[in-house]
Design a protein around this ligand. Sequence first.
Ligand SMILES: *Cc1c(COP(=O)(O)O)cnc(C)c1O
Length: 223
Amino acid sequence: MSSIADNLANVLTSIEQASCDSQRTANSVQLLAVSKTKPVDDINAAYLAGQRQFGENYVQELASKAKALSEFDIIWHFIGPIQSNKTRLIAEYADWVHSIDREKTAKRLNEQRAVNITPLQVCLQVNISGEPSKSGVTVEQLDSLAAFVDACPHLVLRGIMCIPEKGNSEPSFVKMQSLFKQLQQKYPTIDTLSMGMSGDMATAIACGSTMVRVGTAIFGRRD
Ligand SMILES: *Cc1c(COP(=O)(O)O)cnc(C)c1O
C-alpha cells in the first residue's frame, strides 16, 4: 500500500503535468485534499507532507477535526450539502464553503459568521448538468444568487463549484468555464473555479479549474 505522502506527491505531479499540457502554470491550480470519513491521523500525515487545505462534507466531522487540529495552520473547506439548521458550525469552523446554492443558507452563514474573524470565502455550487437529484443553483438563478452573496458583508464571493454527471464531466466543465469567465467580469473577488476530483482532475484543469478536490487518490478508498 502506498503512503499518503507518496499519493500526495503523485497527485501534485499529475496536477503539474495537466497544467503544463494546457499551457498553464502549475501554481494556477490549487489542491484541496478531501479528507471526509478519514481519521485525523490521515490529515496529520498529509499535513506533515506539506498539504494545508482540507475539504470535509459533514458538518459534525468538520467541527470535530477542526477542533482536534486547531494548533495547525489548516484552511478548512466545507464542500458537502448544507442543511440550514447546520450552518452555525460551518460559520464557526470553515474558512471556505463551496456548496452554497440558495439565499437562505447564504443569509444564515452571513449572520452567524463572527465579525472579528476573516469573512467566509464562498463558492456557489451550480447544478451544471441540470440533473433533478443534484444540489446546486440552476444556471438561470446563478446571477441573482451571486449578487445576493456579493452583498453579504461577512461572505466573500470567490467563485463557483460543480459536481458533474458521473462519467461525463467534460461538457459540464466547459460550461462552468464560460460561466466563471462571465462572473469574473462582474465581480473582481472571483478567482476560484472549483472542479475536478480524483477521476477527472486532468480534464478539469484543461477546462480552467483553479482548485481540484481530491480524496480517493490521496487517502485511498472510502468504505
Ligand atoms: C468526496 C468528494 C470529492 C472527492 O472525490 P474523490 O473522487 O474521492 O476524489 C470532491 N468533491 C466533493 C464535493 C466530494 O463530495
